[in-house]
Design a protein around this ligand. Structure first.
Ligand code: NI
Length: 211
């Protein structure tokens, strides 16, 4: 059994309580998420701890590495055959389009890959948070080709999974200090990344019904 499979098995049970049904209504979030219900608008501030719980609840009972390995194909399937205009259409003025979501996933995978390498190279390193909404604007996500975003995601993900497979058990326990979430080990990052995948896959499914 590979080291990564040992870790995956360990995570199989899942210990985090379910965040509840409300969680599926969240679009996304690192610090602040906006919760929209019908046409009403209500803003909720989500703490770092609530974010961790909400995201990791998605992987409860699942193997994070298996989840991560399946995501690129799921994204490909979700956007397959759809016109660019549909993929770039926002469900509401302040909600991301499917194309923006896959651009976010593609960029987030680069961030995650960098963070894991940072931790492995110098355990205990500080990890800077980033403003994902600002990246949508500054990175011109509205101009991204969603198929290219999925390809970027797939390649970055494969590289990161290959790195994880090579790690020793001690390396899985190494951590960085996230500026908002505190100590985060490679194991936790892998688990959160898998939950983050599911969160956004579900979000895309809601935007593109019938897929
Ligand atoms: Ni996200």
């Amino acid at each position: 059994m590979l080291v990564s499979e040992v870790i995956a098995t360990r995570y199989g049970g899942g210990t985090v309580e379910r965040a509840g049904k409300l969680a599926s209504s969240f679009a996304d979030g690192s610090r602040t998420v906006r919760w929209r219900k019908k046409r009403e608008t209500s803003a909720m501030i989500e703490t770092a701890q609530q974010y961790i719980q909400r995201i990791t609840a998605h992987v409860e009972g699942k193997q994070p590495l298996a989840v991560q390995a399946a995501t690129a194909k799921k994204l490909e399937r979700l956007i397959k055959g759809l016109r660019m205009s549909k993929l770039r259409k926002r469900p509401a003025a302040d909600r991301w389009s499917a194309s923006e979501i896959v651009a976010h996933l593609a960029d987030a995978e680069i961030v995650t890959g960098f963070r894991m390498r940072l931790i492995l190279g110098a355990p205990g390193s500080p990890i800077a948070a980033y403003d994902q909404d600002s990246w949508v604007t500054s990175g011109h996500y509205e101009k991204r080709d969603p198929r290219k975003s999925v390809e970027q995601f797939r390649v970055a993900r494969e590289a990161n999974l290959a790195l994880l497979e090579s790690l020793t058990l001690e390396q899985w326990k190494q951590h960085g200090m996230h500026s908002e979430r505190g100590q985060e080990t490679i194991e936790q990052i892998v688990r959160m990344t898998a939950g983050h995948d599911i969160n956004h896959l579900q979000q895309i499914e809601r935007i593109l019904p019938g897929k």
